[in-house]
Design a protein. Structure first.
Lengths: 247, 310, 309
């Protein structure tokens, strides 16, 4: 579904992503792990279109998307959630989701009809709120949610665009055990409908959810394979997993 | 037009550009530092220029001497600047740019009115010091106002001093560190509040110097700050926010384009187009030249020519 | 509250006439015109989050088009006013297309620069008044009744204002309005959800400029005079102060701010309150504005509103 060939990106003198080639198969949950600073978020930025690649190609659903802007990639079915929560803080949860739904349901160059009258939009928004576990909180302002709930909304915004592939950048960042558990459940629920590329540090979640794991160190992809293979991989253990697993 | 005449015209315009550019640099330097270090848009910078000119005119009339009044005006305006910073502008550092724009805009209105109350609506007389009122003969036989040469000399001297201050002294290093990375400067344990006040007072003094020097040439009147303020902002956008070097290059560039444009374009147009078109088109085109320049810089190099920020 | 204001606005001229204070009708009309201009700025500034310091360019351009056409003998409002709106919209398209490629302080600076450019272009048109501006022989014609009648003029302006405010109301509650606000709240997120941000911002900018152009056409008629001060960046700043005074991003922010600011101006410059000091009305007005900006950034309409949504 998603295929990266030889992707490269540098910032000044620093090479953040170095010749990464990766393929994400349809329907799988593919986890991307690696130490801090390995370039994972940069890679996500390249895939989503927030950053322009210096070299390499990205192909999604058979089409070249390397030159497309972010909003065009979203329209093509590639959505993203951010590591640092990026939601519409002063809008209600429902409005947040409705906005995302609105983006792919007809033109928003409509100036006359009040949005409030479009019941279908809000119904869909409620449905997604259900999916992400926020059904009781739809009328709250996004600001008023707890951290875990905001992260869920973050994922919800990506889902609301009905993507084929969703890039989740550390959805569990800053979460306690209870919230993490709920997020894992959320991802388990949605995997039936979307392909997931998941960047995470939480190894528990990674090993529970992932069909395949790729490991990035210093901007390069060092291993890809099934979870057991990765666990057994010496190089990976040395570079990264060692203390994580032992803990 | 003979070659000799063109040469003289060009030389005169170059000197005028230099003179105006250097004075513009004085304003831009203070502005870019405040903007670069405190991340604050200060529209009231032009008001400090106006206050400096007014104080200069007053002190010159009171003491009867240009050169005695000058340091007095500089110190007085620096004090005004420091008081303004401590009492008011400090509150704006943490606010968003829109708030800063509006607050300092309100300060312009207040300052203009206060000046009107104290000095009235008429523009003030400020004369060049005796000894610099006549022309000087330059190589090539051209006459040029000695006062304007003095302005150029003062401008160059101050530019040199600023360069020295910023690159060779410890304070200068702190200022540059602050301009490129405020958090880092804070982490280094710099007493940020005093540094800010100091930078602001210095900027105010530079404004006063420009106002005092330009007073005899331009009119000392309410509202003189607004016109030059825009130019100063254009300069720092072109030069790069936070960079003194950028302010100098930008100011000279703006001075050059503006002066040359105003002087030469109408002549060129008169040769190319019919008189009614030339007389309408020439002046309007030359006025907008610097803005076209700024737009071009923003388009190709949005950070300015010498960006201070990493 | 709103009903009381509406009744006041509708009956004001009649009341003034009864009190034999017709002079105040002109002042009120001026408030209505600036209410429209401020509302147009509030659209880009408050709703769109675009700090445009060049709004005077559109306001003044609209005014100058009407003035120039009148000077050339074209006084019909059916020609002059739509043309004013069209020219202002075109200016907004060009200025917006370039400026919206920048962000933050650069955006503020470049809109300011463009406003200055527009100012200089019009000022240097010696044939159309240059520094001194241009007088119009009369107000626009074409309606069958004379617009020099203060009553007729007031109600025409009021009618236009109500129409524009109604259109704006529909706009901000429509899909388009939602997207514009979302972009203001979180531009990255809006793009990440699939909206082409630039297009929306540009269209918002153009609509705002067009309305400012209409307000400009009206102000030219109000005083039968156009002068370069309409295009000056100080005018832009004044409009911004109106918006923030009234409440940036609040629907009534523009009109409320315009009314209050102009009322303050009238109060301080006209009354015996300050005696000989009434000439210096800009001082208390400036102080009040500074206080509002520093301590009450939500403005007047914000203070009256419920909690932020």
């Amino acid at each position: 579904m998603l295929s990266l060939s030889n992707l490269g990106k540098r910032f000044g003198g620093v090479v953040a992503v170095d010749g990464v080639s990766l393929a994400v198969a349809a329907g799988e949950v593919h986890a991307l792990i690696g130490p801090n600073g390995a370039g994972k978020t940069t890679l996500i930025g390249l895939i989503s279109g927030a950053l322009a690649a210096d070299s390499g190609e990205i192909s999604f659903l058979g089409k070249q998307v390397t030159r497309l802007q972010s909003h065009e990639r979203v329209r093509a079915g590639l959505a993203r959630s951010y590591q640092i929560t990026s939601i519409f803080r002063r809008f209600s949860v429902l409005d947040n989701l409705a906005l995302a739904v609105q983006a792919r349901s007809g033109s928003s160059f409509s100036f006359w009809k009040p949005v409030a009258s479009e019941a279908a939009l809000f119904e869909e928004a409620r449905f997604i709120a259900n999916q992400i576990g926020l059904e009781g909180k739809v009328s709250l302002t996004a600001n008023q949610l707890s951290h875990g709930e905001q992260r869920a909304l973050e994922v919800g915004l990506a889902l609301a665009t009905r993507p084929k592939l969703v890039l989740l950048d550390e959805p569990m960042a800053g979460m306690g055990p209870e919230e993490s558990r709920r997020m894992i459940e959320l991802i388990s629920r949605i995997r039936a409908e979307v392909t997931v590329l998941l960047v995470e540090h939480d190894m528990d979640a990674v090993f529970r959810l992932a069909d395949r794991i790729s490991v990035m160190v210093n901007g390069r992809l060092v291993a890809t394979g099934a979870p057991q293979e990765i666990k057994a991989n010496e190089e990976v253990k040395r570079a990264y997993l060692g203390d994580e697993l032992a803990a | 037009m003979g070659a000799g005449l063109t040469g003289i015209l060009l030389l005169e315009q170059t000197l005028n550009s230099l003179q105006f550019g250097l004075m513009l640099f004085l304003l831009a330097a203070g502005l870019t530092l405040v903007f670069g270090i405190m991340d604050m848009i200060n529209l009231a910078h032009g008001s400090l220029y106006m206050i400096g000119a007014y104080l200069m005119a007053t002190f010159a009339a009171a003491t009867g001497s240009f050169w005695v009044a000058l340091p007095l005006a500089l110190v007085a305006t620096a004090i005004v600047g420091a008081v303004l910073e401590i009492a008011l502008l400090r509150k704006l550092y943490e606010r968003d740019h829109l708030t800063q724009v509006l607050a300092t805009f309100a300060i312009i209105l207040i300052a203009n009115e206060l000046v009107r109350i104290v000095w009235g609506n008429q523009s003030l007389m400020l004369n060049a010091p005796p000894g610099l009122t006549g022309p000087v003969e330059l190589p090539g036989g051209m006459q040029y106002a000695s006062y304007r040469l003095a302005i150029i000399a003062v401008g160059l001297l101050v530019a040199l001093l600023l360069y020295f201050l910023v690159t060779k002294t410890r304070i200068g290093m702190l200022v540059r560190a602050g301009a490129s990375n405020r958090e880092m400067a804070l982490a280094m344990g710099v007493d940020i509040r005093r540094l800010f006040t100091g930078v602001f007072a210095l900027g105010a003094a530079l404004c006063a110097l420009a106002g005092a020097m330009l007073g005899p040439i331009l009119a000392v009147q309410v509202g003189m700050g607004e016109n030059i303020l825009i130019l100063a902002f254009v300069v720092i956008v072109i030069g790069g926010i936070g960079s003194i070097r950028g302010a100098l290059v930008g100011a000279l560039l703006v001075g050059l384009v503006d002066n040359m444009g105003r002087a030469l374009l109408p002549i060129a147009f008169a040769k190319m187009f019919s008189p009614p078109i030339a007389s309408n088109l020439g002046p309007s085109l030359s006025s907008i030249l610097i803005y076209v320049l700024m737009a071009a810089v923003l388009f190709f190099r949005p950070q300015g020519l010498f960006p201070a920020r990493g | 509250m709103k009903k009381a204001a509406l009744i006041l606005v509708l009956l004001f001229p009649l009341a003034m006439h009864a009190l034999e204070q017709n002079f105040y009708i002109g002042i009120a009309t001026r408030m209505l015109i600036y209410a429209m201009a401020a509302a147009s700025l509030n659209l880009v500034l408050g709703y769109g989050g675009m700090v445009s310091f060049g709004h005077a360019a559109f306001f003044g351009a609209g005014a100058y088009i009407v003035g120039i056409l009148a000077y050339e003998g074209v006084t019909s409002l059916w020609i002059a006013w739509p043309l004013a709106v069209a020219v202002a919209a075109l200016a907004a398209l060009v200025i917006g297309a370039i400026s919206l490629r920048t962000r933050g302080v650069y955006f503020i600076m470049i809109t300011l620069a463009f406003a200055q450019m527009t100012y200089y272009v019009f000022v240097s048109l010696k044939s159309y008044g240059g520094d001194d501006g241009l007088s119009m022989p009369s107000r626009s014609t074409g309606l069958g009744f004379s617009l020099s009648n203060e009553f007729a003029w007031y109600y025409l302006v009021l009618g236009l204002l109500i129409m524009i405010l109604y259109l704006l109301h529909r706009l901000v509650h429509s899909r388009f309005g939602r997207v514009v606000e979302a972009i203001r709240e979180n531009e990255t997120r809006a793009a990440a959800v699939g909206y082409p941000v630039y297009r929306y911002q540009l269209l918002c900018f153009v609509i705002s400029g067009a309305i400012a152009g209409l307000a400009g056409a009206l102000i030219a008629n109000q005083t039968s005079y156009v002068g370069p001060s309409l295009l000056h960046w100080i005018q832009s700043g004044t409009l911004m102060l109106m918006v923030i005074l009234g409440g940036v991003g609040r629907f009534w922010g523009g009109p409320v701010g315009a009314a209050v600011l102009l009322a303050l101006e009238e109060l301080f410059s006209g009354t015996p309150l300050l005696g000989a000091w009434s000439l210096h009305w800009q001082l208390p007005v400036g102080l009040i504005l500074l206080a509002v900006v520093l301590f009450a950034p939500r403005g007047i309409a914000g203070a009256f509103a419920k909690q932020p949504r």
